[in-house]
Design a protein around this ligand. Structure first.
Ligand code: AMP
Length: 194
């Protein structure tokens, strides 16, 4: 299995690039943000809980997020692999993901981290907010809080993969196609099962 963690701050382009990677490598795309938003739309208990955190730009508690993600992994029958988009966002989540994949006789192949400067992120998110109407993308204070949470709680999760020699940083500035090319080069170089 080819299991990729696509990492980076909000607005780095994880969703956009995930779509392309999924098509090329035939992986299952699991975006915790998308799953939370689906639950909010369906007004499930999980959705109501998640909304109270998402609206402030805070992280949904680890155990809730981990249980949800593990359940989504279990739904897939014989997948080629996964792309995890927006997960893990803490070291606790990274550790739980490793354990879950190991219990399935698999492992995380690599973390690809998109690097984009902060002011560019804010510009992109405000633009996305205008187009998508995502409430956490329209308020600059919430956006800044999400980036602060990323810097304080999430960025450290990269160390977890660095220690396993699975971490790769990619310049996230350029055209969507250029960035996709950079990602593919690393995937092709570091994965054996394609
Ligand atoms: P995203 O679509 O990835 O930007 O996520 C939107 C929001 O969902 C985040 O700001 C968090 O509030 C929540 N969220 C998504 N993924 C996670 C996660 N792995 N851990 C905790 N909260 C998450």
């Amino acid at each position: 299995m080819l299991n990729i963690v696509l990492f980076g701050p909000p607005g780095a382009g994880k969703g956009t690039q995930s779509e392309r990677i999924v098509n090329k490598y035939k992986l299952v795309h699991l975006s915790t943000g998308d799953i939370f938003r689906y639950n909010i739309k369906q007004e499930t208990d999980l959705g109501k809980l998640a909304k109270s955190y998402i609206d402030k730009g805070e992280l949904v508690p680890d155990q809730v997020t981990i249980d949800m993600l593990n359940a989504e992994v279990e739904k897939q029958v014989n997948p080629n692999g996964f792309i995890f988009d927006g997960f893990p966002r803490t070291t606790t989540q990274a550790d739980a993901l490793d354990k879950h994949m190991i219990s399935k006789g698999s492992s995380i192949t690599m973390m690809l981290s998109l690097h984009v400067p902060e002011e560019e992120l804010i510009k992109r998110l405000l633009l996305r907010g205008k187009e998508s109407g995502r409430s956490d993308d329209t308020d600059e204070n919430i956006i800044r809080n999400r980036i602060r949470v990323y810097n304080e709680q999430t960025a450290v999760a990269a160390n977890y993969y660095e220690m396993q020699n699975k971490y790769h940083q990619i310049d996230g500035i350029g055209t969507i196609e250029d960035i996709f090319e950079r990602l593919c080069q690393i995937i092709d170089k570091h994965s054996t099962i394609l």
